[in-house]
Design a protein around this ligand. Sequence first.
Ligand SMILES: Cc1cc2nc3c(=O)[nH]c(=O)nc-3n(C[C@H](O)[C@H](O)[C@H](O)COP(=O)(O)OP(=O)(O)OC[C@H]3O[C@@H](n4cnc5c(N)ncnc54)[C@H](O)[C@@H]3O)c2cc1C
Length: 415
Amino acid sequence: MENHHSIIIIGGGTAGIMVAAQMKKREPKLDIAIIEPAEYHFYQPAWTLVGANAYDYNKTKRSMASLIPKGVTWVKEFAKSIDPDNNTVSTDGGNQFGYDYLVVAPGLVMAPQLVDGLAETLDKNMVCSNYTDPEYTWDVLQQFKGGTALFTQPTTPIKCGGAPQKIMYLADDYLRKSGKRKDSTVVFATPGTVIFGVPEIKKTLLEVVDRKDINLRFGYKLVAVDGNEKIAWYEMAPHEKEYNPKDIDLIKDGARIGIKYDMMHLAPPQAPPQFIRDSKLSNEDGWLKADKGTLQHPDYSNIFGIGDVAALPTAKTGAAIRKQVPIVVENIFRLKSRQLISDKTYNGYSSCPLVTGYGKMVLAEFDYDNNFTPDPKLKQMLVFDSSKESWRLWMLKKYMLPYLYWNKMMKGIDV
Ligand SMILES: Cc1cc2nc3c(=O)[nH]c(=O)nc-3n(C[C@H](O)[C@H](O)[C@H](O)COP(=O)(O)OP(=O)(O)OC[C@H]3O[C@@H](n4cnc5c(N)ncnc54)[C@H](O)[C@@H]3O)c2cc1C
């Protein structure tokens, strides 16, 4: 076939670029193509800070052309379908590409349509999201004059599960600094049962919540948003409970409870891209099947899944990808040279830098079993307990991680 490549990577985001860069470092002549339609890539972790005016949005953006490693073929098209039985990918440009090995890394998509009324009001009417327009989040915080500031998240998997809370802690800090906090109630409504799954981090976050006097509501499943009336509608899970109760404006409608808000920040529902959902490669929820240790597809040994699209039972983050990439790269090189797949496996490592205010951060690092697994290298930064709030960790988030991301990780250098 004319359009044949040894390795095809679908998606030139965090995962796709890191895989290509590490492979090229190891074997410069390797024939790799990346199918990627976007002109730009964004360093999304900094959007948390953009939403609180602590980072410049323009600095989160780089051109795709500057990131795709030298010698990699860039197919600037959308992958439209995958035929894993014939080892081909078709694109919206009407082209078909053959591969020996396929790395599937198209990330996930925002799916506001899964909550009634949300698509109509997202990014306007005081409904903001760092996931879609972090600059508007900052507008909303400035426009907010007091009342109920609602922070919430959907029932679907989301990337960086901690992000809906981080902006809440920063918002609280901003509201205090600007004198508006005394006239407002900060509410966090989540479908979950706990504030964070890792016990060491949960303990600190509850202390933060106490200090900031935040109203927590567990078991709240967001089902609709009425942008005109400013009401977020929820169905209650059996484990519904309130922590640090507050008397806020609630509306009952049958089994539903509405929270009247004056501003709302949310993570929209998120879903796998449609072409993955439609492929033979997805599980019943539409996410890409991948072995949780080897990241190999269970039905097609020459296909690997990585990043947000993969159905892995851990938090979807760039930090997770950093640990997934070497596993995928090693396994493909082994298969290419007819060796057995590596017995070194991915342990579910993910990390969530939980910003708890301007100049303060806790670093949650954990594995598939929610064990707290802090990086020993943090000691070199004089951080001896990353489950506690620290200014040094804030500096890591604001300065060091973006530097490492652009200059090391995206260039295929292991950090
Ligand atoms: C607000 C926010 C805060 C976050 N905070 C953190 C944090 O603090 N720490 C952390 O580690 N992570 C954080 N993350 C998550 C992190 O950014 C993502 O997990 C990571 O970028 C996912 O990488 P990916 O390669 O899977 O997807 P992406 O980086 O999203 O890339 C997917 C790529 O695939 C392309 N694509 C899509 N469809 C197709 C198609 N059909 N054909 C070809 N290409 C396609 C897209 O154009 C895109 O370039 C945060 C994310 C957000 C939104």
